[in-house]
Design a protein around this ligand. Structure first.
Ligand code: NAP
Length: 485
């Protein structure tokens, strides 16, 4: 059974004990005292004996990410006293004192290994765990996880090592490794290290106590894969939804390169990740790697949501739902209406799929006309040049190019002549909220709508697919507005 171990790093014994009491009151099941963070080691350890949970004493060496610079004799003298005062003892693999660890009995000894720079290959991780457990009551290995490949190595190594039935804790440090903390129980780890509160972390990616308690042992884990993911608002929106729906779960961010998709799917399988969103550049390339793709995603040739249905990965597309609900929300029935779609990428596919399935008469134009022609053929629309489009009168215009988006040229991809009074103009861009296209549309008294609703409605639909819970629009809208006021 995994226990939550709060890592306490305070400058003196009195404040460490005060924080420890607070942590116990809030549900800590074990405490690690980072004595290496105290400028003066306490002479009297008896006050710690009043703390009624398991305690670990650590004097982490500098090269393993700690602050301890004293001699080995001083370290031994302190740890021996700590063992006598009822602490379990953490020693670093390879440290000369590990050879004397048996003298610390009856204290339990953790032999730990920390690599703050990288995650090695599977065989090397297993080797370290074997070496740690040969000399201890519990092996601990913590690696800096920087890539999806690192994460896959760590998860695979742990899966193998779990067969040994040894007691161990394995940690992936950093944002990419966070899932190993969230799913510590499923990783088979004895301890799940947490900070007493946000900002008090002793290692990168550490969860805080309140979050650890809230998530419990078997949280619903979801997230997003893509590259880049710097600006995604999805974690904020989904994590707000988990709280609002009272579902113990989390939405994580996994930067994943093109050649790491299979690594990611291995992690999903071993850890039983419930589902995930897929964004650029994987929406199309993931399709052949899934067990099944629903008819909507199949028609689009693109998946933005994957649901793990009892080990079977099913690809879906909620972008279309996002588009549909945006139109519905503004009371726009597209049947028999003329529409112009700008751009011929992923977003255009969702928009065209919706428009054509609901009986609109849609044209598509794009910088690269060949792509517009290919999409027009797939969805039964018509590809037109910008010049031809500018001579026609459309009821609906939808921008699916990144023009107007933050970091892109603040321009329109078409002449303002296409904009007219009473038209419904949607920009899939939502940051900034008013793009040049929408500003011009408003000037012409058209109905101007940005991509926020599409984003929120697709997220609500994905969330419901993973959790079975419908969350109010306002929950995600609030999270969105907090991020982009
Ligand atoms: P994509 O697959 O890369 O397609 C981009 C399209 O825009 C392509 O047709 C491309 O033309 C065109 N384009 C790019 N730069 C251009 C420029 N400088 N001038 C004219 N055309 C240009 O991208 P996507 O996934 O469809 O995303 C497009 C936009 O939709 C993004 O702004 C994204 O934020 C937004 N989006 C919003 C949501 C939402 O939920 N609100 C969801 C998905 C996407 P070529 O074919 O010639 O390269």
């Amino acid at each position: 059974m995994t226990r939550i171990c709060v890592a306490i790093s305070e400058a003196d014994a009195a404040s460490a004990i005060a924080v420890a009491r607070e942590a116990i009151a809030r549900g800590a099941e074990c405490l690690e005292f980072r004595f290496d963070h105290m400028p003066m080691l306490p002479d009297d350890l008896t006050p710690f004996q009043q703390l009624e949970v398991r305690r670990i004493a650590t004097l982490r060496e500098r090269e393993q990410g700690g602050e301890w610079e004293g001699t080995n004799e001083k370290k031994w003298e302190f740890l021996w006293r700590a063992a006598r005062a009822g602490f379990d003892i953490d020693l670093e693999l390879g440290h000369p004192l590990v050879n004397r660890a048996h003298l610390l009995k009856p204290a339990k000894v953790i032999v730990s290994y920390h690599d703050n720079k990288k995650t090695p290959q599977v065989a090397r991780i297993i080797e370290s765990l074997v070496e740690c457990s040969a000399r201890s009551d519990m092996a601990k290995a913590a690696y800096s996880v920087r890539t999806m490949h690192d994460l896959a190595q760590l998860v695979e190594a742990t899966d193998w090592f779990s067969l040994s039935r040894e007691r161990y804790t394995v940690i992936g440090m950093g944002e990419m490794g966070m899932v190993t903390r969230v799913l510590a129980h499923r990783m088979g780890s004895v301890l799940s290290y947490a900070s007493v509160s946000p900002g008090k972390e002793t290692a990168p990616g550490q969860l805080d106590l309140e979050t650890s308690k809230w998530l419990g042992k078997e949280p619903v884990v979801t997230g997003i894969i893509g590259n880049p993911l710097d600006h995604t608002l999805s974690p904020l929106m989904h994590n707000a939804a988990f709280r609002a729906a009272a579902v113990r779960g989390v939405y994580l961010k996994w930067v994943t390169m093109v050649d790491e998709l299979e690594d990611f799917l291995d992690v999903v399988e071993v850890l039983g990740i419930k589902g995930f969103n897929v964004t650029i550049p994987h929406k199309e390339t993931i399709v052949p790697l899934l067990d099944r793709v629903d008819p909507v995603a199949e028609r689009l040739g693109a998946v933005n949501t994957v649901v793990n249905e009892g080990g079977s990965l099913v690809g879906r597309n909620t972008d279309v739902i996002g588009v549909e609900r945006t139109f519905e929300g503004h009371g726009v029935d597209v049947k028999g209406r003329t529409a112009l779609v700008l751009g011929a990428g992923g977003a255009s596919r969702s928009v065209l799929s919706f428009l054509m399935s609901k009986g609109a008469d849609a044209d598509i134009t794009n910088r690269t006309m060949g792509k517009a022609e290919s999409l027009a053929k797939t969805f039964g629309a018509e590809a037109v040049t910008a010049r031809v489009a500018e001579e026609k009168a459309y009821d609906i215009i939808v921008n699916c190019t990144p023009l107007g988006m933050k970091g892109f040229p603040q321009e329109m991809s078409i002449s303002p002549h296409v904009l007219r009074e009473g038209q419904f103009v949607m920009d899939t861009v939502y940051n900034p909220p008013v793009t040049p296209l929408l500003a011009e549309a408003a000037r012409k008294n058209a109905i101007a709508v940005n991509g926020k609703d599409m984003l929120i409605y697709q997220a609500l639909a994905s969330f419901e697919m993973w959790t079975g819970k419908a969350v109010d629009y306002e929950v995600m809208d609030k999270a969105f507005r907090e991020a982009l006021p």
